[in-house]
Design a binder for this molecule. Structure first.
Ligand code: AMP
Length: 385
């Protein structure tokens, strides 16, 4: 049985690795000839808008899923005329636009930061008046890893925005003074069965995820219940199939939803070694309509992303219960090229494993009890909206 995957990056790579023991085959479509899945599966190199290529791609596939949330919705709708595509196009549509996403959250009773739509320079003053400063300005579409967003603190920042983005569709958000950044990975199968992983604590550097701790230290039942309930509402509303990630800010013991991803997610990579069934395997089980696997944790885990560079393999592998994943991508600054998962029996054990990581990792000075803060934000050039 062959599954088609749109996008050929590391998420697709890890989906295929999880699928081979289940006897599955994979065919990927990605516009980039560099897509790392070329090493391990059939790869079609074509634009998502190339309908001839899509027709050829779909031939003989059982179903299609995607690992990249900026796949054009039109490509998904086109393919869905031939074979089932999961998650459904409606989920992709909601997640691709920050305004739709936050509107959906609010409609379902899920708290978000306050926000205002900005469709041009003329809307900026009214939006700033409504939201106040400091605020975070984001492109509505195509933002990821902190790209396409700016912190506005002063009148000069506001004037800069008016000059720089006279027509780009944007969203202005209240700047949230959060204590922690958390995410939940949830999964819903074609039969409607659902399962949830425990909340994960995430630390970013320059807007890019650097470290995830799973489960969140001192995770209370109330937070976990709130996150599961939010994810369940979204999945039921969208008739969702597959893994869904929702990112939250934790503010004074409450969750504020920031965004969602209709796919397997970087903050779930720990589950390969740290859960009974990984997010990748559960995504495949869900889209195939198979029973879901247990999401129970196996000890506690820390996942550290390798961004733009890799350490000496032997230094990482010398640590007990350290697992190195290299994606086979060329090294470029800011590019996720691999990750390391450390696992231990207890939080204390995990702290000492993190301390054992070679000096390479300690330039960030991350630690288990560290606090995420506004340094996750940066000025970045606008991406085409
Ligand atoms: P996003 O692309 O929305 O995931 O944002 C990237 C990172 O910027 C988040 O992980 C936070 O660290 C930070 N961030 C985004 N939105 C806000 C906000 N409204 N208030 C404070 N920090 C934010």
């Amino acid at each position: 049985m062959t599954i088609g995957i749109l996008g050929g990056g590391q998420l697709g790579y890890m989906l295929a690795l999880a699928g081979y023991p289940l006897g599955l085959h994979f065919r990927f479509l990605d516009p980039s000839p560099e897509a790392p899945v070329g090493r391990i599966a059939q790869r079609v190199t074509a634009e998502y808008s190339d309908h001839d290529a899509l027709e050829k791609f779909v031939h003989g596939l059982e179903l299609i899923t995607y690992e990249f949330e900026n796949v054009p919705v039109s490509a998904v709708r086109f393919l869905a005329k031939h074979v089932p595509v999961y998650p459904p196009a409606e989920a992709l549509e909601a997640a691709q636009d920050r305004l739709n996403e936050k509107t959906l959250f609010n409609m379902l009773g899920i708290a978000t930061t306050s926000f205002a739509e900005v469709n041009g320079a003329g809307d900026v003053d009214a939006a700033v008046k409504k939201i106040g400063l400091p605020a975070v300005l984001k492109t509505r579409r195509m933002g990821y890893d902190g790209k396409g967003q700016w912190v506005l603190r002063t009148r000069e920042d506001v004037e800069f925005v008016k000059r720089e983005f006279p027509t780009t569709p944007l969203l202005l958000e209240n700047f949230v003074a959060f204590q922690r950044e958390l995410s939940i990975l949830a999964v819903r199968s074609r039969s409607g069965e659902t399962a949830f992983y425990p909340l994960v604590e995430n630390h970013h550097r320059g807007g890019i995820l650097r470290l995830s701790i799973a489960p969140v230290p001192n995770l209370g039942a109330k937070l976990q219940h709130a996150a599961e309930s939010a994810a369940r509402r979204v999945m039921e509303e969208l008739n969702y199939v597959g893994v869904l990630a929702i990112e939250f800010f934790e503010c004074n013991g409450e969750l504020v939803a920031n965004e969602m991803a209709p796919r397997v997610h970087n903050s779930g990579h720990w589950s390969i070694e740290g859960a009974a069934t990984s997010q990748f395997e559960n995504h495949l089980r869900a889209v195939l309509g198979m029973p879901l696997g247990s999401t129970a944790t196996v000890g506690v885990s820390a996942m550290v992303n390798l961004i733009g560079e890799v350490p000496e393999e032997k230094d990482v592998l010398a640590i007990a219960d350290a697992h190195l994943h290299l994606y086979g991508k060329s090294l470029r600054p800011g590019r996720k090229v691999g990750h390391v998962t450390l696992r231990a029996e207890s939080s204390e054990g995990l702290s000492s494993r993190l301390a054992e990581l070679p000096a390479f990792f300690h330039r960030d000075e991350f630690c288990l009890r560290g606090h995420a803060s506004e340094h996750g934000l940066r000025k970045a050039s606008a991406r085409k909206a």
